[in-house]
Structures are given as structure tokens and as C-alpha cells.
Design a protein around this ligand. Sequence first.
Ligand SMILES: [Zn+2]
Length: 113
Amino acid sequence: MVLVMGQDDKAKGMPSKVYAPLGTRGREAISIKECLKCGGADAVEVVEVGSNDEKSGGNILETMDYTVKCTKCGETYVVRIRSMYLESKEEENRLISTIFIVENGEEYWLGIL
Ligand SMILES: [Zn+2]
């Protein structure tokens, strides 16, 4: 997997990279602008964004679904970001974000933000 660092965040708020913990070696940055099907760098475009908020006690669980399409191989898949906020959706109240790839209704854990 090619690492792409410090890219601009252009695609409607979709983060350009996520972090996958690597045990004792710290964490690895993964570009999610890179196609997960064919490996094409910077090949992925966001075609649709969906969001849903759920309240749970004082917390807000936000689910963002970015439907992406690869300009190289033509594959479409969903990048899902689940974020937990304390009381209100402000960056300073964000506890954690977890990123999944969704295929056939199944979530595959990719990394964290
Ligand atoms: Zn591709």
C-alpha cells in the first residue's frame, strides 16, 4: 500500500488519511483517496455523502457514509466514518472516529482518525 501524506482534504470533508495501529511500531497512515480495489493513487472520487446521528445518553454517534468511485477501475464502495461526540458536534468534543469499508452490508474495520 502506497502512503500519501499531507494531502489536501477536498472531497466534501472526507479525510485523506486514516491511521491503522501497528502494535509496538506505532501507527501507519493509510490514504483513503487511494483505491482499495486496484491501488490507484488519488483515484477515488466522492460521489455521494450520507449522514445519520444517533443520541445515546449525553453522547452523539455520527455516521458518515462516503460513496466513492475509482476513476481508474470504476469500482464503487462505501467509506463509513463513525464518530462519537460528547454532548455536541464540535471538534473539541470529538472523542474518537473509526473508519470502516462497507461491502455487501458488512463493515470492515480500516483504522482510526
Ligand atoms: Zn480502482
